[in-house]
Design a protein around this ligand. Sequence first.
Ligand code: ADP
Length: 417
Amino acid sequence: MPLLGCIADDFTGATDLANTLVKGGMTAVQVIGVPRGPLPEADAVIVALKSRTAPVAEAVAESLAACDALLAAGARQIFFKYCSTFDSTDAGNIGPVADALVQRLGCGFALANPAFPTNGRTVFQGHLFVGSALLNESGMENHPLTPMRDANLVRVLSRQTDGTVGLVPFAVVEQGAAAIRRAMTGLKESGRRYAIVDALTDEHLLAIGEAAAPHALITGGSGVAMGLPANFRAAGLLPERGAAASALPPMQGPAAVLAGSCSRATLGQIGYARDHAHTLELDVLARPDAGALLAQALDWAADKLGDHPVVIAASAPPEKVAALQAKLGRDAAGALVEETLASIAEALVARGVRRLVVAGGETSGAVVSRLGVAALRIGPEIDPGVPWTYAEPTGLHLALKSGNFGARDFFLKAFGA
Ligand code: ADP
């Protein structure tokens, strides 16, 4: 029976949350999509949806179905996970999904906190910062799907809900868990449905987590989940487990890396791999043909598979990406690369690969779908936000890396190489 039931609005965000809970000593399993049938055994079950930019009605329906499955399995608290940059539009989906969950749980109130200080996301007087920049001056104002043009989260969330939104400011958060709890109770009693809660440090997040122990619903980024394992431990529900929470079956067998992210961190990691591992860089622009690229990759890898990873990358610098997009259109270019890498993953697994790193959020989604993964058991962290996972029912070890995560030597470090 899970202690904590989580609903994540995207895939790598679900892994990030699971990773945070495992570091806090909870066992965690990420389930792909609304669960059908019995849930896996774990202290925390994280349902990974693709609901961040889905139509509102679909996002609400899937989130409620996930909530019902988690409650039916016995979850004592529900966590709605969204991005640390509060990715959403005035139409949703954070407000409408949270409204539906508040109603389903009959709790009348939930806190909202996307802060992730380790990654530079902080909330002060209700305003979200990315590093030293306000959210609306951080580059997020140009996001293609969820442009964030207002850093004031009280206003942003107010536009997405028919409920009212209050603030628990920094000065209260500084005083600790008891003061935060009193402030939230006061807001609820005065009719507020939500409270944006300021947080500048991990200590603030731990205090907010403690204050939210009795809440049926918590909404936020992975950061505010940091304080939750201690609540279950204090209630005698969670054993002292230490590192055992992240134990996975032994990792062995041929190793590979597939990169479809074109972000700066991933391009650097490919540059490092060039000097330290067998590395194939596919020239998608020169040969935009999935079958030919698959054949090239398999031919190249045939005599190289083993304990030392092979690295296959479709990633390219911005001018080459732009050229392929100009030739095929943005969506078709992305889909071609994602399908090519998914086919390569499938073929490498058929040829014996058991340990696989995938770089890129969308790319990871395509690979995991193709491999028929139903759930990911979360293991030890390689770099901040990226754990090894054990993919059921395939028996593969997978590490799914959001494009901008990981140090330069990530691809080799992952395999202890
Ligand atoms: P990130 O996590 O860095 O955002 P994603 O995998 O989510 O990475 O997104 C990268 C997108 O870029 C994917 O849709 C991928 O298919 C696409 N892509 C990868 N390589 C190329 C390329 N050479 N030309 C055009 N698009 C590419």
